[in-house]
Design a protein. Sequence first.
Length: 331
Amino acid sequence: MRFLLPRGAFKGTLRKRATTLIVASPMKKISAPDVRAAKARGEKLAVLTAYDATFARLLDAAGADVLLVGDSLGMVVQGLPNTLPVTLDDMIYHTRAVARVTRRAHVVTDMPFLSFQVSPEDALRAAGRLVKEGGAEAVKLEGGARSVEAVRRIVEAGIPVMGHVGLLPQSVHEMGGFKVQAREAEAQKTLLADAQALVAAGVYALVVEGVPSDVAAELTRAVSVPTIGIGAGPSCDGQVLVCYDFLGMFGEFKPKFVKRYAELGEQISQATANYVREVKAGVFPDAAHSFAPAPKAMTGGAETKYTLTPDASEPPGYGPAAEEAGEVSRP
């Protein structure tokens, strides 16, 4: 992107001549229509969960197409046995952190348990808060035909909705646990009918969780919107994984559908052990990780008293101003 500055602009700063200022073009933000159009283009969608600014920044910069602020945060962040206790305020808080730093990826937020099941009006109010207060660009809700009215009401208000069929974590007690769904013919018919009902109600994409690969493949062929699989085989139009799972941060939890692309859990444990050992041994911090001694001026054998008034010409050795001056520091 180029802007031509007129002669004499910014006198005292630029020479008095036409000057071309080069500004990097902003990164294109992925939208709900972009996600929907990916199916027609034959483009696979890479989706990951994110729950905080640090992970969101890293995953976004690495090319994730969609960041899902999942109610799975109840289990992986809050230490709960399932997602049911997660509140709408929890989801707003985490969505705000993710949306604040995401530049390219499409940000979707889960609607937590009982935020949309009571009535379509309640569903719209909850979705509105996630967008208005949290910064979500779309919401995701679980369920098939029984969630259609909520989907329709939210979509009519101009908020994109992603559906979710198959294994429904918010129905864990009804399903008897986190088990693969749609193994029988009747259940497969219900799954397909649920997916088609959601598409008719206006969803722009569908998460398909915990179903046999062939069933997910058939469903993907039958609907016009992208399917995003998790434990649903390779034929879906995209895939989603929990960020802590694909990074190997849970040693005891290794579901069949998760591929670990790193073993950060082991690395974090080892790094922590090294840190603890060095602190207790007095090895850390050493001179390389400490600030230089303060200068002392002697006058007539007495130490000069320094005031605490900062010198604007000298950037501090700590904080953002120090980083701008070339020093690396972080509180």
